[in-house]
Design a protein around this ligand. Structure first.
Ligand code: BG6
Length: 474
């Protein structure tokens, strides 16, 4: 049996993509609330178009999400029915600190997550909590400029201290920042940054990166001090990057691109900046904004495990701009050997095994796959059933590779959570029709529908996978 007893099987969500109830019980406004669906979404998430409040003529999908806020009992019961032993979810920062810089937390927000965790525990489900999944209070963006400000570290410390104290004994697995490397691709989502006219983008992004790294290290230290049982991980948008050909220049280009991707978690796992980025900073005349104690805390606050999302991977060539892959937020060229999903995301199960090996070789720490899945359109049959064989096929092939990485390559893996076990709002497009779930939610891209939940074919398939601890994938 490749997976040890106690291997954690489950699914993952993010507060802003499912909770809705954006202003319930004292919750404050966050960047994720004011990101509209539609063509301007990318401009906003990348910090190029300033939108810090709701504007007329736009649809904001996070306002209602799938209303998990009011459906959580029903939803967690369905997760339990599938046999989940872990549920990865995130905290909405603005439910706990509505403005971000208050002295006292919002008790109603704390009570909400306590109810969620207790509900999970009722079924023996281990919560795995992402402290920030792309969210940042609007007030902190308006007043301090988001993560470009050093002050954010203090606000984040307060948030994590509150969470670790309040949920001691209820939560043991934590992630500090979701897909921390996304900061360099979608800075408004990753760091609450809206660029000013003429601003030095490189400098701002890397300053924010340092602040997030120091904040993450503090979270690890505070978490361990509060409860030595806490296991605290980093989270990478992963996928080993391939060279377009075996031409040495392409291989080198791929290595450089991999460095760029690993940079943040190299610091989170090793406690120091790697030389390749220090040299780049030297060349670019960027001084890391070190302050007293930063070097020590980075060393003290190294993560216990490496978590990552894996959907697809990239291919790069030394020739810039060659046959670009337009469907990705990352740069890269098309890979002729691999097919893409309806949204243009490359599908490569073997790449999951390669990625697991690369991460394990690099860090020698346990891994946790916290996102994997296929975003696809579903059709509801007249009798209400949904035959999502394409989703089953995608997951089956990835789980096979994950098994091989464990069984044959000896990679240490703690668990696997598929992305969006229940349909939710897509982060990149804001659509509901890009569905990942085992559970269908009756809601369209404009927010219309009954929100009724129903089981897809994949629901019963995943139930079987979990019951057999990954043995029965048919
Ligand atoms: C990851 C994010 O990037 O990919 C999730 O952590 C996101 O928030 C997921 O939902 C899938 O992307 P999308 O755009 O299909 O929702």
């Amino acid at each position: 049996m490749p997976f040890q007893k106690g291997f954690l099987w489950g699914g993952a969500t993010a507060a802003n993509q499912c909770e809705g109830a954006y202003d319930a019980d004292g919750r404050g406004l966050a960047n994720v609330d004011v990101i509209p669906g539609g063509p301007e979404r990318r401009l906003v998430t990348s910090g190029k178009r300033k939108m810090l409040s709701f504007e007329d003529g736009y649809f904001y999908p996070a306002k209602q999400g799938i209303d998990l806020y009011h459906h959580y009992q029903e939803d967690i019961a369905l997760f339990a029915e599938m046999g989940f032993s872990v549920y990865r979810m995130s905290i909405a920062w603005t439910r706990i600190f509505p403005q971000g810089d208050e002295e006292e937390p919002n008790r109603a927000g704390i009570a909400f997550y306590r109810r969620i965790f207790e509900e999970c525990r009722k079924y023996g489900i281990e919560p795995l909590v992402t402290i920030t999944h792309f969210d940042c209070p609007i007030h902190l963006i308006e007043k301090y400029g988001g993560w470009r400000s050093r002050k954010m570290i203090g606000f984040y410390q307060k948030l994590v201290r509150t969470l670790f104290t309040e949920y001691k004994g209820l939560v043991r697995y934590w992630l500090t920042f979701n897909e921390i490397n996304v900061l360099f691709h979608l800075p408004f989502m990753g760091a609450g940054i809206v660029f000013e006219e003429g601003e030095d983008v490189y400098r701002t992004e890397h300053t924010a990166a340092h602040h997030e790294l120091v904040a993450s290290a503090w979270a690890v230290k505070i978490g361990h001090e509060t409860d030595p049982e806490n296991k605290i991980g980093c989270m990478l948008a992963a996928g080993t990057i391939y060279p377009a050909t075996c031409r040495p220049e392409d291989v080198l280009a791929a290595q450089k691109e991999n460095h760029r991707n690993y940079m943040m978690i190299d610091v989170q796992s090793n406690g120091t900046y790697p030389n390749y980025i220090l040299k780049e900073y030297e060349r670019n005349g960027f001084p890391i904004p070190w302050e007293e104690g930063d070097r020590e805390i980075l060393k003290e606050g190294t993560v216990d495990f490496i978590s990552f999302s894996y959907y697809s991977n990239r291919t790069v060539s030394a020739e810039e701009g060659q046959d670009p892959d337009k469907n990705s937020i990352f740069s890269g060229t098309r890979n002729p050997y691999l097919k893409a999903s309806d949204w243009g995301w490359i599908t490569d199960p073997t790449g999951l095994r390669t990625t697991m090996n690369d991460l394990y070789d690099r860090y020698r720490k346990p891994l946790f796959i916290v996102e994997n899945g296929l975003g696809a359109k579903d059709t509801v049959n007249p009798d209400g059933s949904i035959d999502d064989d394409y989703r089953i096929e995608y997951l089956r092939e990835h789980i096979r590779q994950m098994k091989t990485a464990v069984e044959e390559d000896g990679v240490e893996l703690w668990g696997y959570t598929t992305w969006g076990p229940i349909d939710l709002v897509a982060a990149s497009t804001g659509e509901m029709s890009k569905r990942y779930g085992f559970i269908y939610v009756d809601l369209d891209d404009h927010g219309n529908g009954t929100m009724k939940r129903s089981r897809k074919k994949s629901f019963f398939w995943y139930q079987k996978v979990i019951r057999s601890n990954g043995e029965d994938l048919d």
